[in-house]
Design a protein around this ligand. Sequence first.
Ligand code: NCD
Length: 306
Amino acid sequence: MPIPAASLSTSHLLDLKAYTASDLEQVMDTAQAMHKDPASHAQSLDGCTVATLFFEPSTRTKTSFQQAARRLGARGVSVGASGSSVVKGESLKDTVQTLEALQAEVFVVRHAAAGAAHFVAQHTEGVVINAGDGARAHPTQALLDLYTLTAHYPAVRDLHVAIIGDITHSRVARSNIRALRTLGATVTVCGPPTLLPAHLSDMDVHVTHSLQDALDACDVAMLLRLQLERQRTGLFPSLHEYHTQFGITTAHLHQHPDLRIMHPGPVNRGVEIEAAVVDHERSMILDQVAHGVPVRMAVLALLAAL
Ligand code: NCD
């Protein structure tokens, strides 16, 4: 299948706010084509330079963007906070313009500051893809999560997904809520009151502080890591206590025989999820990781292919 002419609602991928159901479906269909037959897309970005600018740690997102770019025939350059002139005080704007002078045409950006990818988009002629900005958005994670759901279930709109954990500090939760609601899925968010943001009522989701209620209602539990690096202290008494109240265990899997588990990673075994649940046959965690490549191939191709 040839890549469809770029017809997404936006020329950058900064968040999923402007994405319609048809945008989401287009990404899913293109990812499926990339997944089934990667060889026939091997030249889609021939000669294009994709720069990964990661100013926060990453294993899955960065590696899968790099693999996706390579599989489309693009060249990759990589800049991080350490080892680059950012250490010497170079600004984000100067870093981007330097890479642009070195022929980079696509910028994949991860940064601790909300809005960083928007800022980059204002200072380059290239295509910008947000790989996570603070607690604001992580659109490609939500897209690969959707892809994983479509691989396991006949229709996303019929699903009830519970997003459980540190919602306040999670860019993954924000992007997933948007994508799932756009496709008509039911979403419940669950966590301790100190980790649920006040504006949830605007996001058209159910809210509960009871893990049992969330698990009784949902088909899929999407667990989130406690984003300790973004938290003030004192939001819950201890990691042990958090696990006791909100951690998913094999006992929960026995009580809910159809429940499947998602987690964007990195996982803290024994905190939000018992180790045996990570490795359980109803865990989709490694599928999510693997799907990062075709989904990011699709996003790169749809936004950057000539
Ligand atoms: C997430 C992130 O960095 O936002 N991970 C990811 O991209 N796969 C979630 C997290 O760090 O907990």
